[in-house]
Ligand binder design. Structure first.
Ligand code: GAR
Length: 204
C-alpha cells in the first residue's frame, strides 16, 4: 500500500502542482497524496488541490494562538486523514521540535537555495533569491531535505545547481530555480522516501 502523504502549503502551490503532475504521470507509485493542508485560507494551492480532486483542509494560526495549540489542531487533521508522511511545499511556518517528532524522518521540505547557503530563519520564498543576488553568487539552486528541529537543518536528500544570469531579478531567478530544480527534485525525493518507508513497513 502506498504511503499516505499530506502536502503542506501556504501560497501559489507550484511545487504542489509538480507533485500532482508527477502522480498523474505515474511517477509517484509509492506515495498517495491524500491531503493538501494550507495554513492560509487564500492560498492558490487550495484551488490547485480542488482542480486535481484532492482533499484539502485549512488550518490557520489564529491571532495570539500559541504555536502548540496551532500544531495540535494540525496534528488532529493529519491523524484524521491517516497521514504517514508530510511534504512541505512552500509551507511558510516553522514547525516545533515536538511536532516534528511525530513524523521523525517522514517530513520533507523543498528550499530554494543550495543549503547551507541562504537558509535558516528569515530565508524563505523570494527573500532567498534577493539574498543570493545581493551576495553576488553565480550559482544557486534548490535542496530537498528531511525536516528536523533546526530550520533547514535536516539531512539533505537531493540538490541541484542553477546558474544565476546577468540581469536576474529575484523573480526571474526564483522562476529558473523552480523550473530547473525544485519541480524536478521534489517529486523524485518524495518517491524515494515513500519507497523506503513502504519497504520498511513490509519488513516489519
Ligand atoms: C518555493 O520556491 C519553495 O522552495 C519556497 O517557497 C516557494 C513556494 O512556491 N520555500 C521556502 O522558501 C521554504 N523555506 P510554491 O508555493 O509555488 O510551491
Amino acid at each position: 500500500m502506498s504511503v499516505k502523504t499530506a502536502v503542506l502549503v501556504s501560497g501559489g502551490g507550484t511545487n504542489l502542482q509538480a507533485l500532482i503532475d508527477a502522480a498523474h504521470a505515474g511517477k509517484l507509485p509509492h506515495a498517495d497524496i491524500c491531503l493538501v493542508l494550507s495554513n492560509r485560507a487564500d492560498a492558490y494551492a487550495l484551488t490547485r488541490a480542488q482542480k486535481a480532486g484532492l482533499s484539502a483542509a485549512v488550518c490557520e494560526r489564529k491571532k495570539g494562538e500559541p504555536r502548540e495549540a496551532f500544531e495540535a489542531r494540525m496534528l488532529e487533521i493529519l491523524r484524521a486523514h491517516g497521514v504517514e508522511m508530510l511534504v512541505l511545499a512552500g509551507f511558510m511556518a516553522i514547525l516545533s521540535k515536538e511536532f516534528v517528532q511525530n513524523y521523525a524522518g517522514r517530513i520533507l521540505n523543498v528550499h530554494p537555495s543550495l543549503i547551507p547557503s541562504f537558509c535558516g530563519k528569515g530565508f524563505y520564498g523570494l527573500h532567498v533569491h534577493e539574498a543570493a543576488l545581493a551576495y553576488g553568487v553565480k550559482v544557486t539552486g534548490a535542496t530537498v531535505h528531511l525536516v528536523n528541529e533546526i530550520p533547514d537543518g535536516g539531512r539533505i536528500l537531493l540538490q541541484k545547481a542553477v546558474e544565476v544570469e546577468p540581469g536576474d531579478t529575484p523573480e526571474t531567478l526564483q522562476r529558473r530555480v523552480m523550473e530547473q530544480a525544485e519541480w524536478i527534485l521534489l517529486p523524485r525525493a518524495v518517491e524515494m522516501v515513500a519507497k523506503e518507508l513502504e519497504e520498511k513497513r513490509c519488513r516489519n
